[in-house]
Write a protein that binds this ligand. Structure first.
Ligand code: 4NP
Length: 150
């Protein structure tokens, strides 16, 4: 069993996209029973809110449904509950390490570090580019799954 928590600032755009794209990839691979996959925010800005409509529509274009997902904030217990805590950008990673008082088991990662183009997933909340976010996140999730299967 591999337990993955995707993390971004608001938990309404990037990390829910990663959560539902990764769930879709593992389902396609017939591996759903081997994974626990969720997402959370570093901030309290969007708590309780659903996935931002442009992000929801971009997932729907791929046949991916994220109905019912509402934003939640990371909790202290998440560090032990998950094997990997994967931020979307370096600011997320910095906030996670501050929140968890470090990263004593070396579980915190950046999504695009699993790709040939390490770095940040640009935040579509600010760029408006949900296609770019979708492509980056899909590439990251594919790289992550390949890494875990390798
Ligand atoms: P996300 O995008 O971190 O990808 O969910 C954002 C959502 C909300 C805000 C910032 C980024 N906000 O400032 O409320």
């Amino acid at each position: 069993m591999t337990r993955i928590l995707f993390v971004c600032l608001g938990n309404i755009c990037r990390s829910p996209m990663a959560e539902f794209i990764m769930k879709d990839l593992v389902a396609q691979a017939g591996l759903s029973r081997e994974f626990v996959i969720a997402s959370a925010a570093t901030s309290a800005e969007e708590l309780g809110n659903g996935v931002y409509p442009p992000a929801r529509r971009r997932l729907a274009q791929e046949g991916i449904d994220c109905a019912g997902k509402t934003a939640r904030q990371i909790t202290a217990g998440d560090y032990d509950s998950y094997d990997l805590l994967i931020g979307m950008d370096s600011s997320n990673l910095r906030n996670m390490r501050r929140f968890f008082d470090g990263d004593r088991e070396d579980k915190c990662r950046l999504l695009l570090d699993y790709t040939s183009r390490p770095g940040d997933v640009a935040d579509p909340w600010y760029t408006g580019d949900f296609d770019r976010a979708y492509t980056d996140i899909l590439t990251g999730c594919k790289g992550l799954l390949a890494h875990l299967q390798g």
